[in-house]
Design a protein around this ligand. Structure first.
Ligand SMILES: C[S@@+](CC[C@H](N)C(=O)[O-])C[C@H]1O[C@@H](n2cnc3c(N)ncnc32)[C@H](O)[C@@H]1O
Length: 294
């Protein structure tokens, strides 16, 4: 029942978001959406960022909550325990942070970083940071879609954490906005800060036989019609807006970076009804015996 409600709400939100460039919601629709949003905010015990900060997906309070609940369930399935040390790469405005933090005990820890200063500031305003248990950091990194003023490139980044610090490294909807050399750097850094036996929960848009066939049949939200230096993009004028990877090339890269695939769960974005999450999920673990790269 809850699964059906979630699927219906997500489909509606995505349909509205995807149709925005074509037909903006008319006035009565806007009023109705605002009223529902107000009700959700009033009923929620969880504080939700203002609509102007909900830049990460459909800009609705309900989506912020559904998305956190959904990932809490996934992360528990993929090994998150109350005492886990969790890193949230590209944490945004905390869509996952609130659900992760509430499921950790005092022995667990949550650390998140992002490149959008306003998002990190909002998170800092919501959760009291305590050095080794909860922190949010801003990294001044350039991204053509999210932070055009960033001073450094993603390839220049070393995550600001020690080697082998985390049991779980989450990168949700981050590699879907990064080009190949940046993804390589972030996977390497994720492996460096992950403990032996840790899980890396990552999401991608993956092009394989099924998703490509769905795209050609017009079932997919995206078409990824443009080749762009080792990946495919939706908007050639802003490649980092949405990025997809060929499955074979991606899995080769994962192996080269010393990461083994624990499970690969295709997502619903391309119109797959049996998809697990919206994006494709790869759960990874450092390959035993493969050297940690500097
Ligand atoms: C679609 S949002 C997802 C946010 C969050 N992970 C979630 O699932 O709600 C993509 C996020 O990735 C962040 N991002 C993009 N490039 C990044 C980079 N090089 N390092 C860290 N974060 C990055 C963006 O600023 C943005 O907050």
């Amino acid at each position: 029942m809850i699964e059906h409600a979630r699927f219906a709400a997500e489909s509606l939100a995505l349909t509205i978001a995807a149709s925005r460039p074509v037909s903006r919601p008319n006035r009565p629709m806007k009023v109705a959406l605002r009223a529902v949003d107000g009700l959700v905010r009033a009923a929620s015990r969880q504080s939700i960022p203002p609509t102007s900060l909900l830049y990460e997906g459909p800009p609705f309070a309900a989506h912020y909550l559904f998305n956190g609940w959904e990932y809490e369930k996934y992360l528990k399935r993929f090994g998150m325990k109350p005492d886990s040390a969790v890193l949230d790469v590209g944490c945004g405005v905390g869509r996952k942070a609130w659900a992760i933090i509430r499921s950790l005990s005092r022995d667990g820890s949550y650390h998140g970083f992002d490149i959008v200063p306003e998002a990190v500031d909002w998170c800092k305003s919501q959760w009291r940071e305590s050095g080794d248990r909860i922190s949010f950091k801003h990294l001044d990194v350039h991204n053509q879609h999210y932070h055009t003023k960033g001073a450094r490139t993603a390839e220049q980044i070393r995550f600001p954490y020690n080697d082998s610090s985390f049991d779980l490294v989450l990168s949700s909807s981050v590699y879907t906005h990064m080009l190949p050399s940046a993804v390589t750097t972030y996977l390497r850094e994720s492996r460096r800060v992950a403990r032996d036996g840790a899980h890396l929960v990552t999401s991608f848009f993956v092009l394989d036989e099924t998703s490509s066939s769905n795209i050609s049949r017009g079932r997919s939200v995206y078409t990824f019609a443009h080749e762009h230096g080792g990946c495919r993009v939706e908007h050639p004028d802003c490649p980092e807006h949405v990025v997809a990877y060929d499955r074979e090339q991606l899995e080769k890269l994962l192996a080269e970076e010393g990461l083994s695939i624990v499970t690969h769960l295709p997502g619903r974005w391309s119109g797959r009804r049996d998809g697990y999450a919206y994006q494709d999920l790869y759960v990874l673990t450092p390959t035993a015996g493969a050297g940690r790269r500097p």
